[in-house]
Design a binder for this molecule. Structure first.
Ligand SMILES: O=C(O)CCC(=O)C(=O)O
Length: 215
């Protein structure tokens, strides 16, 4: 499990009232039965299987904690750049609100139709504080085509890994928490060259057949 501090807290630009306000993300929670219960939930897997088939691997998990008082923006990006699996059509991301999310607390945003586009070049945005590993599509800024996903707890988005998405600042007094996972079909190819420069992750069969490269 990887617990990521918010960059403003890590750099001492913001003092926190309690430890929860210091955390930006908890990644790779496969070893935690409660959190990982999300990625194993049959209701979620049924939706995922409807898009990419019954043989499923979970390839990334994340609790996203956007605390108040920090920048916390997530630049507009495509998740495909983080995964060594292809084709992209057989990867899907899920993102579930854990509390009401809206413009004020920095809900998820996305550019409609962008999943039809190619993989784009990404760069670190020119912001004063950007969390480690957060990159955005080169030159994109806050694109006016973006739409906001205002959701209630439990509402879940499923999205293509080419979809350009991100999130804004949390301007509320409270947290903006969400839980998220990515899944790939067990019939995807895994590209060792790509895998070699990406962080190592848990690739875990969660339904159906295992991929042949795991045998
Ligand atoms: O929940 C958010 O603020 C955006 C998260 C996201 O897009 C990501 O971690 O790739």
């Amino acid at each position: 499990m990887l617990v990521m501090k918010d960059i403003m807290v890590a750099k001492g630009a913001v003092q926190t009232a309690n430890p929860a306000e210091a955390i930006a993300k908890v990644q790779d929670f496969e070893a935690d039965p409660v959190l990982y219960g999300y990625a194993r939930d049959p209701r979620l897997l049924d939706c995922v299987a409807g898009l990419i088939g019954e043989d499923l691997l979970s390839i990334h998990t994340m609790l996203i904690n956007k605390p108040p008082n920090v920048d916390g923006r997530h630049p507009l990006h495509q998740d495909i750049i983080y995964f060594p699996f292809r084709p992209a059509e057989r990867i899907v991301g899920t993102w579930t609100a854990l509390e009401p999310v809206h413009k004020e607390n920095g809900c998820l945003v996305a550019i409609p139709g962008s999943h039809h586009g190619e993989i784009m070049a990404h760069e670190h945005p020119d912001w004063d504080y950007v969390n480690l590993g957060y990159v955005g599509v080169s030159g994109i800024g806050a694109d006016d085509r973006r739409v906001h996903f205002e959701l209630q707890p439990g509402d879940t988005i499923l999205f293509h890994p080419h979809l350009i998405h991100g999130s804004g600042r949390n301007r509320s007094e409270g947290f903006r928490r969400a839980i998220s996972a990515h899944f790939a079909s067990a019939h995807c190819e895994m590209t060792p060259q790509l895998a070699s420069f990406l962080p190592s992750r848990y690739y875990t069969p969660v339904r159906g057949e295992r991929p042949s490269w795991m045998e």
